[in-house]
Design a protein around this ligand. Structure first.
Ligand SMILES: Cc1cc2nc3c(=O)[nH]c(=O)nc-3n(C[C@H](O)[C@H](O)[C@H](O)COP(=O)(O)OP(=O)(O)OC[C@H]3O[C@@H](n4cnc5c(N)ncnc54)[C@H](O)[C@@H]3O)c2cc1C
Length: 493
C-alpha cells in the first residue's frame, strides 16, 4: 500500500494511486488537475507544494500524438502516418514494444480455433517477422487460439522499422507527463527532457500508455480492479535460463513431481516463495535454453512506482531461490543460470478508462456483434489471481470462460473514445472494459486491432476537420477492410 508513515490516507489518495477501498473496485476521476488549469488552483494544502506557472517551449508539433509505444501505440501511429498524418510517438522506455518486447511477452492469439480472424497490420508484422525468422506458428495453428510465438528482440526491430518507414517521429526515453488542456481539449502534453520541461503539441492525442496515464490526468473517469475488492490482475516477471542440459531427458521428467512436492511443502511452511504450480511443472519438464518462462507471480499496485520497484526486485530474488532448488534437485539443471530477466515486470491490468462504450463479459462470451466494430476478438476470460498465487482461469480452460470455437466478438470503436475530451482516444489494455472483459481484450492482437482502428479513425477525422466521435463509421470500416482488417457480420446501426 502507498501509505507513508504518519500520513492518513484519504479516499482521494486511494483513487489517485489506484488502490482499493475494502469491498469495492475504484472508480476514479482523473489524477489531479491538467496543466492547463494550474494557474487557477488555490494555495497549497498540507503536504503540498505550489509549483509556479511557467512558459514552456514547444519541442515538437504533429497532427496526432500517441503516448505509449507498446503494440497498440505503435499500430495507431503507423496506421495514421500511412494515411499522410504527421505523427509523434512518445515512449518512456528506450525502445518500443511495451510488454511484448520489454516484458518478454511473446505469444499472439489470432484464431477463433477454426480460422484466423485478426489480420490487418498484425498480419503484416507476422509476415515481416517470419521473413527474418523471428516468429513461428504454433503447432496447433489455427486450431488453437495461440497462433504465433515470436522473438521479442525480433519484434522490437520489426516495429522500429515500420515506424521509420511510415515517417513517425519517435521520442524514446521520454515520459508523457501532464496534459495542457484548453477549452476542454488537449493542446499539448508536457515532457521532462534533459534540457528542461518542454511541450509536445498536437490536434488529436492517443493514450496508449497501458495505464491510462494521459486520460486520467485530463480528469477522465476510470475503473481500477475487480468489483469485489478493487484488486487488479497479478503480474509476472518473465525470464530465460542458460546451462540446462538437454541430455537429462527421462531422469528430469521422473524427478519433477517429487521436486514440485518438496517446493509446495517448503512454501506452505513459509520457507520458499510463491510460484505458479501448473506452469512451473510444465517448464521444469519441458523448458530448454531458449524458453521464456512465464510463471513468476507478483501482485500489487502497478500505479505505485515504489511498490512496483519492490515487486520487481522481489521477483528476481524469488528466481534466485527457485534456481537454488532446481540446481540441486532437477537433473539437467545442475549448471542452470539466469540468462536474462525481463527489463520490466509484466503488468496485466491497471486503469481502465471509461469510454463511450464499455466491453463486458457478456459481449465477449456471447460473441456480440457491434455496429461500430473495428475488428474481432477471440481470447477467453483469462484472469491471473490478483492476490499473486499465480493461478489463472486460463489453466482450467473452463467452457464457461471461453467463446465457442468458430466464434468471435467485435471490438467496438466506442470503447476507445472518450465522452469528456473530444480529441482523446484510448487504445490497448487501458481502453474501456469491465475487469472480466479486460482479461480477454488485453491480449496484444486485440490491442493492435484497437490501434489500427483508432489510427485510421484519427486520420479520417483530421482530414475531415471533425472530432473523433463524428467519424463516418461505415467509411471507417470500409477503409479498415481495404487495409486488410478482418471485419465480418457488422450489424447495421
Ligand atoms: C506476463 C504477461 C503475460 C501475458 N501473456 C500474453 C500472451 O501470451 N499473449 C498476449 O497477446 N498478451 C499477453 N499479455 C497481455 C499483453 O502483453 C498486454 O496487455 C499488451 O501488450 C498491452 O499492450 P498495450 O500497447 O496496451 O500496452 P503496453 O504493452 O503496456 O505498452 C504501453 C507502453 O506505454 C509506455 N508508457 C507507459 N506510460 C507512459 C508515459 N507516461 N509516457 C510514455 N510512455 C509510457 C510503456 O513504457 C509501454 O511501452 C500478457 C501480459 C503479461 C504482463
Amino acid at each position: 500500500m502507498n501509505t507513508r508513515p504518519g500520513k492518513k490516507s484519504t479516499r482521494r489518495d486511494f483513487i489517485e494511486s489506484g488502490l482499493s477501498l475494502a469491498g469495492a473496485s475504484i472508480i476514479g476521476q482523473g489524477c489531479g488537475r491538467p496543466a492547463g488549469l494550474v494557474g487557477r488552483q488555490d494555495g497549497p494544502g498540507p503536504g503540498q507544494l505550489a509549483v509556479p506557472a511557467s512558459k514552456v517551449e514547444i519541442l515538437a508539433e504533429a497532427d496526432l500524438v500517441v503516448c505509449g509505444g507498446g503494440c497498440s501505440g505503435v499500430t495507431a501511429a503507423v496506421a495514421a502516418a500511412r494515411r499522410g498524418m504527421r505523427v509523434i510517438l512518445i515512449e518512456r522506455w528506450p525502445t518500443v514494444g511495451g510488454m511484448a518486447t520489454n516484458a518478454l511477452v511473446h505469444c499472439w492469439h489470432r484464431s477463433d480455433r477454426e480460422k484466423l480472424v485478426i489480420y490487418g497490420l498484425v498480419e503484416e508484422y507476422a509476415q515481416r517477422a517470419e521473413k527474418e525468422g523471428w516468429i513461428v506458428k504454433d503447432p496447433g495453428y489455427p486450431r488453437v487460439h495461440e497462433t504465433n510465438w515470436f522473438d521479442p528482440e525480433g519484434m522490437r526491430i520489426v516495429w522500429q522499422r515500420v515506424l521509420k518507414e511510415a515517417g513517425v517521429r519517435v521520442f524514446g526515453y521520454t515520459a508523457a507527463g501532464e496534459p495542457v488542456v484548453e477549452d476542454g481539449r488537449i493542446r499539448a502534453v508536457l515532457v521532462e527532457t534533459k534540457r528542461g520541461r518542454r511541450a509536445i503539441a498536437g490536434k488529436i492525442f492517443v493514450d496508449a500508455t497501458g495505464d491510462g496515464d494521459l486520460a486520467a490526468k485530463t480528469g477522465a473517469a476510470f475503473d481500477f480492479g475487480r468489483p469485489a475488492d478493487g484488486l487488479v490482475q497479478g503480474m509476472t516477471l518473465i525470464f530465460q535460463l542458460r546451462g540446462i542440459d538437454p541430455s537429462a531427458g527421462e531422469r528430469r521428467h521422473k524427478a519433477v513431481a517429487g521436486v514440485m512436492d518438496r517446493m509446495r511443502k517448503m512454501r506452505d511452511q513459509g520457507r520458499f516463495p510463491q510460484f505458479n504450480e501448473g506452469t512451473m511443472e510444465h517448464y521444469l519438464n519441458w523448458a530448454d535454453n531458449e524458453s521464456l518462462w512465464n510463471m513468476l507471480p507478483e501482485a500489487g499496485n502497478p500505479l505505485d512506482e515504489e511498490e512496483l520497484t519492490r515487486l520487481t526486485t522481489e521477483a528476481r530474488e524469488k528466481l534466485v531461490a527457485y534456481l537454488a532448488v532446481w540446481r540441486k534437485e532437477v537433473p539437467g539443471f545442475e549448471q542452470a543460470a539466469i540468462r536474462q530477466t525481463a527489463f520490466a515486470l509484466g503488468v496485466r491490468e491497471s486503469r481502465r478508462i471509461r469510454g463511450r462504450k464499455t466491453l463486458t463479459r457478456e459481449m465477449v462470451l456471447g460473441a456480440a456483434k457491434q455496429s461500430d466494430a473495428i475488428g474481432h476478438g477471440v481470447w477467453m476470460i483469462d484472469i491471473h489471481d490478483p492476490k499473486g498465487t499465480g493461478y489463472t482461469t486460463y489453466l482450467d480452460r473452463a467452457g464457461r470462460k471461453m467463446l465457442k470455437a468458430g466464434t468471435s466478438y467485435h471490438i467496438p470503436l466506442g470503447m476507445c473514445l472518450n465522452s469528456r475530451v473530444p480529441n482523446l482516444a484510448v487504445v490497448g489494455r487501458c481502453a474501456s472494459s469491465t475487469h472480466e472483459a479486460h482479461s480477454s481484450v488485453r491480449v496484444q492482437t486485440h490491442c493492435m486491432v484497437m490501434g489500427q482502428g483508432i489510427g485510421t479513425a484519427a486520420a479520417m477525422a483530421l482530414s475531415a476537420g471533425q472530432d473523433l466521435a463524428r467519424v463516418d463509421v461505415p467509411a471507417l470500416q470500409k477503409a479498415l477492410r481495404a487495409d486488410g482488417v478482418y471485419l465480418e457480420d457488422v450489424p447495421v446501426a
